[in-house]
Ligand binder design. Structure first.
Ligand code: SAM
Length: 246
């Protein structure tokens, strides 16, 4: 189905490492225009959502924005895969894999999680505690992947800090890093490890750092993307999106 994005004119283009126009089209489109209504009629969005809906804690708007990035923000010829840090019961990973399977047959989604809940957290920063999200039902997720033939989704089980470095050496180029792990150390690690492999124009989507219960996640984003790397957000609604342009 054709989806019409709102138009904000050519003046809003790339500046300070982000595409202002693209951020406005998605963010304002979801907030103030009829993009959500259009997506409710979109066959691929609905198909992917059906797969994800009982296994995700993502809000509908965040899921919609991921869809808009996948559908309109990727150059179909460019290289790179998707990595997700924080997969829990697999909802957002299944969603992205189902969309990519139709749009980008060579692209894979690598989903990192302990699949048995949060590791120890920092009590001075994080509201979540070790073991939260412990009901991931990993075996059920494997069954769904097999039954629905989502061959482009690969689960990487364990703490990111123990798995991601070696995994990323094999994965290679990254086009999108979906960071949804809620706590300071994990968000920090995820951003940094994916930064080494991010292609030009690639995306960091921080799912949770604007939520009241994820102050540690926000601190990590402020510290690394804003203060250390001097990045400016491409989008602040419904979640924070940064790009990898000089
Ligand atoms: C909010 S949940 C992810 C939600 C998921 N994206 C969805 O669609 O519902 C956060 C997850 O991050 C994982 N996590 C946090 N820190 C981690 C770490 N250092 N290593 C592995 N997993 C981690 C937790 O196990 C938890 O499952």
């Amino acid at each position: 189905m054709t989806i019409v994005l709102p138009e904000f004119g050519e003046a809003f283009r790339r500046s300070r490492g982000r595409n202002v126009r693209a951020g406005l089209q998605r963010g304002v489109g979801l907030q103030d225009h009829n993009l959500a209504e259009q997506l409710h009629q979109d066959k691929l969005y609905n198909k992917a959502m059906e797969l994800a809906q009982n296994r995700t804690v993502l809000t509908e708007q965040n899921r919609m924005n991921l869809y808009l990035i996948l559908r309109f923000g990727f150059d179909s010829l460019a290289a790179g895969h998707i990595v997700e840090f924080g997969t829990y019961r697999g909802g957002s990973a299944l969603f992205m894999a189902a969309v990519c399977k139709e749009l980008y047959p060579d692209m894979k989604v690598y989903a990192f999680d302990t699949f048995e809940g949060m590791p120890p957290t920092d009590p001075q920063r994080d509201l979540y505690r070790a073991g939260d999200f412990g009901d991931a039902e990993f075996e059920d997720l494997l069954e769904i992947i097999e039954r629905e033939k989502i061959e482009n989704l690969h689960l990487v089980r364990g703490r990111f800090e123990d798995t991601a470095e070696d995994a990323l050496k094999n994965i290679g180029a990254v086009r999108l890093s979906h960071i949804d792990c809620d706590i300071y150390t994990a968000v920090k690690y995820s951003y940094d490890i994916s930064r080494k492999y991010m292609v030009d124009g690639g995306y960091w989507v921080f799912d949770d750092c604007l939520y009241a219960d994820c102050m540690g996640a926000m601190e990590a984003v402020e510290e690394l993307t804003i203060q250390r790397d001097g990045r400016f957000a491409e989008q602040v609604f419904p979640h924070l999106v940064y790009r990898n342009w000089p």
